[in-house]
Design a protein around this ligand. Structure first.
Ligand code: 6R9
Length: 660
């Protein structure tokens, strides 16, 4: 299976026309084009119209886009709102109080349903509990939780009182968690005793304890613990509190804290080109608008849909398309605690069947691993399940290769369901380039056309627009409402990472792209910086390198590159020089394992290198720069046809190539 989608491959197939969808929100290409034209004619007015349609404002705004301090753009800045009011109270006021908001399926298959009225009551009780512990508007709260109703309630409760949440994925290590708590200056951590995934109990609270013990988290006054498994855990009475004890007895009303549209709803850390993760800061008004708008248009969401995004709340997809977008529309959604392969690889298909899911949003890496599993075992093949409820499919996180697209289309969607291949990023807040199901003809492997109003373009290094058919750098010409506002605590890094002067005011996405000359469709060709995408998880090569070299007893030097992988899209490949003689055979395998565990401890299991190769040295230029371009070729098992004349020590390539 070829993973990296080439533009040629995407172009080969002829577009698949959209199904005849009565009453689609964007019905047909005429409707799409007229929205694009509306945005072009009056950009700020277009978004302002939608902001009034999709968001309920406590007090209306007078200005749409404010670009007076570019690139620190503001949207709807003098409008006042509350995001939790928009997601919960508003639904109850519309008469949807008894409508199911969340269908939670636990790892062991147990199902809990909760309606909008109950979700609002629980959010208010927790919001009151947070206030009782002194959390107030603008304070940061770190949420370190697995998928749960409580995790979503915690996010909504923060939004309700104007506290800025920062969700840290439950797979991150104590060290990574500490760094994020410290960078955010969090006053509270909300966690669970343990998480349950694939039948295994994994610690959460113990990792919070470890993170705090590492030092630097002095801002944290309280740790709230949701009792998930009831296992014994260590307890520090000066700081630890059971979530249920804090919320029991709290009133189920809590007046929303009305905030300005630019108030930071959340910070979410993501990987960049340097070792230090970036705290991506999002707004309240502009973010909520795009979350609600894209959930409605991209998934053509209707009142009776059952929406399921398989993402985790620790990632941006779990923010926009679980915690905020679907709730802002009053949708019913499935929330899943477990993993796609437990108790077997038919779990997703069984859940779609059981809950009559109509819109299903997942990651290419999950699809590829389920294809593999079903090839080995007919019992878990999607055709063994009744998937007739499905209407629309979606993918996110990485390019989807046409073979996986075809399989998903045929075997999961029964050939009837459009697939929306949604390109976007933590920084963009919501979809940027994506098909709209009732309008856009589909081409497997292409994310097709910009969402109406998004000014995506392909340019060269000087910012000049390239003709279609020529690959270049993906940029966004105009600011949009849900864009990143800054990097928490580091506005200069925000400016230099996303608005380099040579691009003349365009947003630099960090991906390469090419447009098809016939259709204008975009195909994303992958990151152009030192960011890897492993199973749809963003990892910085520098982060992994610093984790490796922090193993000071063993490691002298390390370089990390990506190589294509059949299942995970990209795999992490590390080249390591030890402080002792280069190991081989069993010793090499044993040290490689030690280093993998070390990286898991430093960053988290998702950052474990798949390949570790040992050398006496690394390929360097005479000026001492590591030549990653050559390492990438070695990692891919390609011959070294490239120019090595600037290399200080050419023989090293041979050694590294053989050391696998
Ligand atoms: C939402 C999310 C962002 C990076 C992005 C790009 C890759 C995401 C994609 C895609 C091709 C798609 N990416 N969706 N590449 N086609 N449909 O994944 O955010 O974790 O910040 O990752 O993921 O490389 O730059 P995030």
């Amino acid at each position: 299976m070829e993973i990296i989608v080439s533009a040629n491959e995407a172009r080969k197939s002829s577009p698949i026309p959209p199904p005849d969808m009565k009453g689609a929100h964007v019905a047909g290409m005429e409707a799409y084009r007229s929205l694009v034209a509306e945005a072009e004619a009056d950009y700020s007015g277009y978004w302002s119209r939608l902001a009034r349609q999709f968001v309920s404002w406590k007090s209306d705004f007078t200005v749409g886009l404010d670009d007076s301090q570019a690139p620190f753009f503001k949207w709807f800045a003098d409008g006042m709102l509350n995001v939790s009011y928009n997601c919960l109270d508003r639904q109850v006021e519309r008469g949807l109080g008894g409508k199911t908001a969340l269908v939670f399926e636990a790892d062991d298959g147990q199902v809990t349903r909760i309606d909008y009225r109950e979700l609002l009551a629980r959010t208010c009780r927790l919001a009151n509990a947070l206030k009782a512990r002194g959390v107030s508007k603008g304070d940061r709260v770190v949420i370190y939780m697995s998928m749960s109703i409580e995790g979503i309630v915690a996010m909504q409760a923060c939004a309700r009182i104007g506290a800025t949440h920062s969700v840290v994925f439950g797979g991150f290590s104590a060290q990574s968690l500490r760094d994020r708590i410290q960078d955010a200056g969090a006053v509270m951590v909300v966690t669970a005793d343990e998480q349950l995934r694939g039948g295994k109990r994994l610690p959460l609270k113990a990792i919070v304890d470890e993170a705090i013990a590492l030092g630097g988290c002095e801002t944290v006054r309280d740790v709230l613990v949701y009792r998930r498994t009831g296992s014994d855990i260590a307890w520090d009475a000066s700081r630890d509190r059971w979530l249920h004890e804090e919320t029991d007895g709290q009133p189920q009303n809590c007046e929303p804290e009305w905030v300005g549209a630019e108030h930071p709803l959340f910070i979410l850390y993501t990987s960049g080109s340097t070792g230090k993760p970036k705290g991506v800061q999002h707004s309240s008004g502009g973010y909520l608008l795009h979350a609600a708008l894209t959930t409605q248009w991209t998934f053509d969401l209707r009142p009776d849909d059952v929406f399921w995004s398989t993402a985790d709340i620790g990632w941006i997809t779990g923010h926009t398309y679980i915690a905020y977008g679907p709730l802002a529309l009053g949708a019913t959604q499935v929330v899943f605690e477990g993993v796609p392969t437990y108790p077997d690889a038919g779990r997703f298909w069984k859940m779609i069947q059981d809950h009559r899911v109509t819109v299903f949003y997942t990651a290419p890496t999950a699809i590829r691993s389920l294809i593999k599993a079903s090839e080995g075992n007919e019992q878990v093949h999607p055709q063994r399940y009744d998937l007739a409820s499905l209407r629309i499919l979606g993918t996110v996180g990485e390019p989807i290769n046409p073979a996986a697209w075809e399989w998903f289309h045929r075997h999961v969607g029964g050939g009837r369901c459009p697939i929306v291949d949604t390109f976007w990023q933590t920084e963009t807040g919501g979809h940027m380039i994506t098909p709209l199901p009732g309008a856009t003809p589909l081409v497997p492997g292409s994310c097709t056309l910009p969402f109406p109003g998004i000014a995506a373009a392909v340019v060269d290094e000087t910012g000049a627009e390239l003709p279609d058919g020529q690959g270049g750098i993906l940029v966004v010409r105009k600011p949009w409402p849900s864009m990143i506002r800054t990097i928490w605590g580091d506005p200069e890094r925000f400016r230099s990472s996303y608005y380099p002067p040579e691009l003349g005011g365009s947003y630099l996405a960090g991906d390469g792209a090419i447009r098809d000359p016939a259709t204008g469709y975009f195909t994303i060709t992958g990151r152009i910086d030192d960011v890897l995408n492993v199973s749809g998880h963003r990892m910085g090569t520098m982060e992994i390198e610093s984790a490796l070299v922090s193993c000071t007893d063993l490691v002298a030097e390390a370089a990390v590159v990506g190589r294509p992988d059949e299942t995970t899209g990209e795999a992490i490949c590390a080249f390591v020089v030890l402080k002792r003689a280069r190991p081989s055979g069993d010793e090499a395998r044993q040290i490689a394992n030690e280093l993998r565990n070390w990286v898991a401890k430093e960053i988290g299991p998702i950052a474990k290198p798949k390949d570790i190769r040992f050398g006496d040295n690394l390929p360097k230029t005479r000026s001492g720069k590591i030549m990653r371009r050559l390492l990438r070729s070695v990692a891919r098992g390609e011959g070294i046809a490239q120019d090595t004349s600037t290399l200080e020590n050419p023989a090293i390539l041979e050694q590294l190539a053989q050391s696998n």
